[in-house]
Design a protein around this ligand. Structure first.
Ligand code: DC
Length: 681
């Protein structure tokens, strides 16, 4: 998961390949609650690991359920309808799918078995209405207090006296989750009589109710549905664990990859595994909407394949009540359509993670799109020809905003884009995708493709012990970029040459070895470790004598040429930070930002000395000083790729700076220079 403050997406040009999606949030949290209320143990496979499921699991654990987790499989031993913990404070983050059904279940349990429960969340959760559910539960005799504002969490559930003789009325026109909450919870109190729920007002998001009914049936409860107005829970219903249950992949998450295929599946296919046309999730009907815009989709029981069909996409006018979440993806696809796309009947967007109509309108507007918003609709017209704007997209702690807007990175493909002038898309707070799809961006980069020369590079060159390695690696972490420590490739060549007894000064002996690196000699970089033909050489590479060996073999032009392609191959999505001696001058002369680090010899010798002592090596400051000077001289005066600053490098003397200060300084240069426009012919 990207935990950086922002994620800069380079211009993307095509997409193809296979991805497996994480489990559905809606199914995961319903299954967890049902398993938690059932008697016996349920093994849940393919559970979504996300913020929302985490809070549900934690709540169930707090309430006394047995929870054993191994990867995406969880074994839950349920309460069998009996409270074992009578007082609990539950924190539910921003998870509507946990807040609503837990409110209903705990209100009923507390009214029948006693106990006091408080349910709270993040500030946004306290702005999301729950009054319709509270108003359905209070007439049943549940004591529910809204401890902040009336009609909103936090809630305090404190006992009561149930009266179940009347039909239970709930409004269905703000959120279908209130009805879902009642359907999931009422079987707790259906021992002595059938229970009837009556929906007041037009029920929205009906497909989500279908998921609820479908899963209740898997847990032994056959709800009788009379139209969309009345639902009857038969007398004597009780939760029966199915033993094992698999969670389908998330159909709403699929929407981004369906859109991706429609936009960028040019002569290739985007294949999605884990969900297919027969899904029980309503958002699977996004497929029809995408097809209406031009996508070519084929599907099987648990897979979908998408490629570009009509291009440019067709604008549509569509009632999106049946696909409220996935419809956001249509609003971004509209950027690639001819004409105006109008999405209607989406009032529920206003009470989701954020006011999604307002957020969508504002951020699409930043890109140059023309947007009209109304209480329950949005109209999107792509930016006029050549009017696309660079945009830093605010994501409002809303996972779907972040995922949708990543599709704007394909702007070079847009019919109205100015040729050769892609705009930059920055996604602020990318970690918000953790709500439903923690590895969203990793999955995107797995199937999205672009020209390497469009991928931004930051180079950090400088002499030995200038701290460039530490700086570059910290910078890569802060930006979510790939990292190349080019010195390690020279050290590696030096190590293998030494082990094979080769003469380090003999170019004709070292060159053939260097040519095998990355091909006949396999390399794997993982966190701080480097594996060569399956052996971890990280510790050996850091030895002082390997630094010297590297300096010696790196003067041979043939060795440098042999390692060039290996280094260039590190230029991967979403960007690269590379450190070395000639990153800015030779390997990545087109880098977006070049930094040349300097520090006094005395300061560098001091740092190296400390480093060696901390690793348990003995070290002498004068010798280190002499050695650094000798290596600097060799690196600076060699005929090929000498250590010199690139003409366009920014010099940074970090003698008096801590590592954090150096990182902040370079990050400041990067932010200041944004957008890093990469013009193409
Ligand atoms: O950065 P380092 O100390 O790990 O590098 C070891 C040696 O490798 C250095 O003395 C010179 C050589 N080198 C190089 O010539 N070009 C690079 N891009 C990186 C390292």
């Amino acid at each position: 998961m990207y935990t950086t403050a922002f994620l800069d997406l380079p211009p993307l040009l095509s997409a193809g390949g296979t991805i497996r999606l994480p489990g559905s949030k809606s199914i995961s949290n319903r299954v967890l609650l049902l398993a938690g209320l059932s008697e016996g143990t349920t093994t849940v496979h393919d559970l979504l690991a996300s913020d929302d499921t985490r809070v549900m699991l934690e709540s169930l654990r707090t309430l006394g359920c047995g929870i054993e987790q191994a990867g995406d499989t969880v074994r839950i031993t349920g309460l069998g309808g009996k409270l074992s913990v009578l007082n609990a404070d539950l924190f539910l983050g921003n998870a509507g799918t946990a807040m609503r059904p837990l409110t209903a279940a705990l209100a009923l349990l507390s009214a029948t078995q006693g106990g006091i429960f408080t349910l709270s969340g993040v500030p946004r959760m306290h702005e999301r209405p729950i009054g319709d559910l509270v108003n359905a539960l209070r007439p049943l005799g549940c004591t529910i207090e809204c401890t902040g504002n009336e009609g909103y969490p936090p809630l305090r559930l404190a006992g009561g006296q149930l009266k179940l003789n009347e039909p239970i009325k709930v409004r269905g026109d703000v959120s279908s989750q209130f009805l879902t909450a009642l359907l999931l919870a009422l079987p707790l109190v259906s021992q002595d009589q059938a229970l009837t729920i009556e929906v007041v007002g037009e029920l929205i998001s009906k497909p989500y109710i279908e998921i609820t009914l479908n899963l209740l049936a898997r847990f032994g409860i056959q709800v009788e549905r009379q139209g969309w107005e009345r639902f009857v829970i038969p007398q004597g219903s009780h939760y029966q664990s199915p033993g094992e249950i698999h969670v389908e992949a998330d159909a709403s998450s699929a929407s981004y990859f369906i859109a991706l295929g429609a936009l960028a599946g040019i002569d290739q296919t985007v294949r999605i595994e884990g969900v297919g046309a027969a899904s029980i999730q309503g958002d699977i009907r996004f497929v029809e909407a995408a097809q209406a815009m031009g996508a070519q989709v084929t599907s099987g029981p648990n897979w979908l394949e998408i490629r570009r069909g009509q291009w440019p996409l067709k604008s549509i006018e569509m009632d999106c009540n049946h696909i409220p979440d996935a419809a956001m993806t249509l609003a971004v696809m509209a950027l690639y359509a001819e004409g105006t796309t109008r999405l209607t009947n989406i009032a529920s967007w206003r009470v989701k993670e954020t006011d999604r109509i307002a957020a969508m309108a504002k951020e699409l507007g930043k890109l140059g799109a023309i947007v009209v918003e109304g209480p329950d609709f949005i109209e999107v017209t792509p930016p006029p020809a050549a009017q696309w704007q660079h945009a830093s997209i605010h994501t409002y702690d809303d996972h779907r905003m972040a995922m949708c807007f990543s599709l704007a990175a394909f702007n070079p493909l847009a019919p109205t884009a100015a040729p050769g002038k892609p705009v930059s898309v920055r996604i602020e707070d990318p970690r918000c995708v953790g709500k439903t799809f923690p590895d969203y961006f990793e999955s995107l980069f797995q199937v999205a493709q672009t020209d390497p020369d469009l991928i931004p590079v930051i180079t950090i060159d400088g002499p030995t012990a200038s701290g460039k390695g530490t700086l570059a690696s910290a910078l890569a972490t802060r930006l979510g970029y790939q990292f190349l420590d080019s010195g390690s490739l020279y050290r590696l060549t030096g190590l293998l040459a030494t082990e094979r007894g080769l003469d380090l000064d003999d170019a004709s002996a070292i060159e053939p070895l260097a040519r095998q690196i990355g091909s006949a000699i396999s390399l794997r970089f993982e966190h701080e470790h480097i594996w060569v033909d399956g052996r971890d050489v990280s510790t050996d590479l850091r030895r002082e004598d390997m630094g010297q060996a590297a300096s010696r073999i790196s003067v041979h032009p043939g060795v440098r040429a042999a390692l060039l392609d290996v280094q260039k191959a590190f230029r991967g999505l979403p960007g690269l930070v590379a450190d070395g001696r000639d990153m800015g001058t030779v390997v990545f002369p087109d880098a977006a930002l070049k930094v040349f680090l300097t520090a006094t010899v005395a300061e560098r010798a001091e740092r190296r000395h400390k480093q060696l002592i901390s690793k348990g090596f003995s070290a002498n400051l004068d010798e280190i000083c002499a050695d650094l000077e000798a290596r600097d001289l060799r690196d600076r005066s060699r005929a090929v790729s000498p250590l010199v600053p690139a003409h366009d490098a920014r010099k940074l003397d970090n003698s008096a700076l801590s590592i954090d200060e150096s990182v902040d300084t370079v990050l400041g240069m990067w932010v200041e220079g944004w957008p890093h426009v990469i013009a193409r012919s």
